[in-house]
Design a protein around this ligand. Structure first.
Ligand SMILES: Cc1cc2nc3c(=O)[nH]c(=O)nc-3n(C[C@H](O)[C@H](O)[C@H](O)COP(=O)(O)OP(=O)(O)OC[C@H]3O[C@@H](n4cnc5c(N)ncnc54)[C@H](O)[C@@H]3O)c2cc1C
Length: 482
């Protein structure tokens, strides 16, 4: 049953029969909708990689729960090597899809929930950990995609959940039953939500005493009753409806974010992994965020490789490849990209075993990794824009290229270096445009800023983890100050 192919995965999502509000219409058959299809193809690539001879060894791993061979995207990390392989795998997926392939968030949620439930049980005598093991074993064996849902709407950012005018602005328990709970609220910006079989919901904040109803973590099937999906727009998304692959930029793959509303959804007891233990909610937020901050040292780097390649290729096509400042700008792009990768690898290499047995990254280095990611892709995008030229923002459409009258003018005047096909040049321009200002920039830029928390969240963690006092003591020791 495990290790689905991409096609088998797509069929399994179709069988869920999910519907979403999309551009004003309640829409079914989402995997075949032109706005959604590129995103499901990107997830399908993570399945196919587990079947290709050259990538199989990286994408396949043995489950420590069942002993079966599973996809690494469902793995509970067992060593620092596993943590590093995760980052290497993510970079590879970014290389292949040039977009967000949407499968890391569930993996990061699982590794966090695995260790936090263990520690919660030890303190509170609960039995969440065994429940989660049973649940996750099924996810591994059926090779499912799980959406990691942390971000609440949050309302007035200056107020606690219980002090909001509308208490539903943070997802909460509204009713407790003998066999489960009823929850209400919403989760925003959900990556790959409609390409997921399951959802793991986590609190978004470190909850405090009196906020027990908001300290809830659970898993629910994506097609459970009471869940409503509202599809997020992306820049230039309607180009996907025009049937002109050239104008889309990334002709095959894309990302997806969804607003997800929980309208009194019943969650059975066996799917609840935290329920009012406020002191473990912060730990869960911190761990999930750290794993996800590590993830960006792989996925964004993989997409960065494509952007660097596109910048170098367009420089060649434009005839400026050998100019010293262009070469230097490409080197700068590589330097920034590899710095992010180095952080992703470093926080993995310096990881450690949790009490539950799985491996966790180094918190400080994972936060340094993500803080770099909030800046470097923007600089990569700026340099690519510089190198590509203004045509990046002004190029005529593929439809005009086909026009009998103006098409020949486009071909004549978009000619650049000898021997370069004009349409190929347009394709590279559009791919760069996609990443720096089009649909792909949602994941490459805006998600780099906000995904796994905005820069301030990383700064807070860095300040907390850096042990400044020990650095002061170094000085005192050197200078013999008491
Ligand atoms: C493309 C994309 C994909 C994403 N995918 C997922 C996903 O799959 N799952 C998921 O759970 N989340 C996801 N996120 C959500 C992401 O984690 C949030 O966007 C992020 O945590 C920021 O929250 P926010 O968007 O509500 O912004 P805000 O919290 O409103 O932040 C905006 C600014 O306000 C500041 N701020 C906020 N609160 C305070 C405060 N109390 N005091 C002082 N300053 C404050 C912040 O530092 C920031 O500068 C995704 C986001 C994006 C953009």
């Amino acid at each position: 049953m495990s290790l689905k192919t991409g096609d088998e995965y797509v069929e399994s999502i179709k069988s869920l029969g999910l519907k979403a509000n999309l551009m004003g219409q309640k829409t079914g058959n989402l995997p075949e909708n032109p706005l959604v299809e590129p995103s499901i193809r990107a997830v399908a690539a993570t399945y196919d990689c587990a079947h290709h001879a050259e990538t199989k060894p990286l994408f396949r791993v043995r489950s420590t729960i069942s002993g079966e061979e599973i996809n690494r995207f469902t793995h509970l990390h067992q060593s620092t090597e596993d943590l590093m392989n995760k980052v290497i795998m993510q970079r590879y997926c970014g290389n292949v899809t040039a977009c967000c392939f949407q499968r890391c968030v569930g993996l990061d949620a699982a590794n966090a929930v695995f260790s936090v439930t263990y520690e919660c049980d030890r303190e509170h005598g609960t039995d969440y950990h065994q429940r989660f093991r049973d649940y996750w074993s099924r996810i591994q064996l059926e090779d499912l995609v799980v959406d990691g849902a942390m971000t609440d709407p949050k309302g007035d950012r200056g107020k606690r959940p219980k002090d909001q005018t509308d208490p539903d602005l943070f997802l909460r328990v509204v009713e407790r039953k003998p066999d489960g709970v009823v929850v209400r609220g919403a989760k925003f910006h959900q990556t790959g939500m409609l390409n997921s079989h399951e959802i793991i919901v986590m609190p978004t904040l470190n909850m405090r005493s009196g906020e027990e109803d908001w300290a809830i973590c659970f898993a629910i099937p994506a097609n459970a009753q009471g869940i409503r999906f509202i599809y997020g727009r992306q820049t230039s998304d309607t180009r996907k409806l025009e049937g002109l692959k050239l104008d889309v930029g990334n002709p095959t793959f894309g990302g997806q974010e969804v607003m997800t509303v929980f309208e009194d959804v019943f969650v059975p007891e066996e799917r609840i992994f935290l329920n009012g233990e406020v002191n473990h909610s912060g730990l869960l937020v911190e761990r999930f965020a750290a794993y996800h901050r590590q993830s960006y040292g792989g996925c964004k780097v993989g997409v960065g490789d494509v952007l660097i390649g596109a910048a170098a290729l367009i420089a060649r096509m434009n005839g400026v490849e050998k100019a010293s400042h262009i070469r230097d700008k490409i080197v700068e792009m590589i330097h920034l990209n590899e710095t992010m990768y180095a952080c992703g690898i470093a926080c993995s290499a310096r990881g450690h075993q949790t009490l539950a047995g799985n491996y966790e990254i180094d918190m400080l280095l994972a936060n340094v990794c993500k803080l770099n990611v909030t800046r470097f892709p923007y600089e990569l995008a700026r340099l690519a824009t510089d190198i590509a030229g203004g045509l990046l923002g002004t190029m005529p459409s593929a439809k005009d290229l086909e026009d009998d009258v103006v098409g020949p003018y486009i071909k004549k005047y978009l000619a650049a270096a000898d021997g370069v096909d004009v349409v190929d040049r347009m394709k590279v321009m559009r791919l760069i445009e996609n990443l720096v200002a089009g649909a792909g920039s949602v994941a490459y830029l805006i998600e780099s800023m906000h995904g796994a928390g905005p820069p301030m969240a990383q700064r807070i963690m860095i300040a907390r983890q850096a042990d400044l006092e020990s650095k002061i003591n170094l000085v005192k020791e050197i200078l013999k100050i008491d």
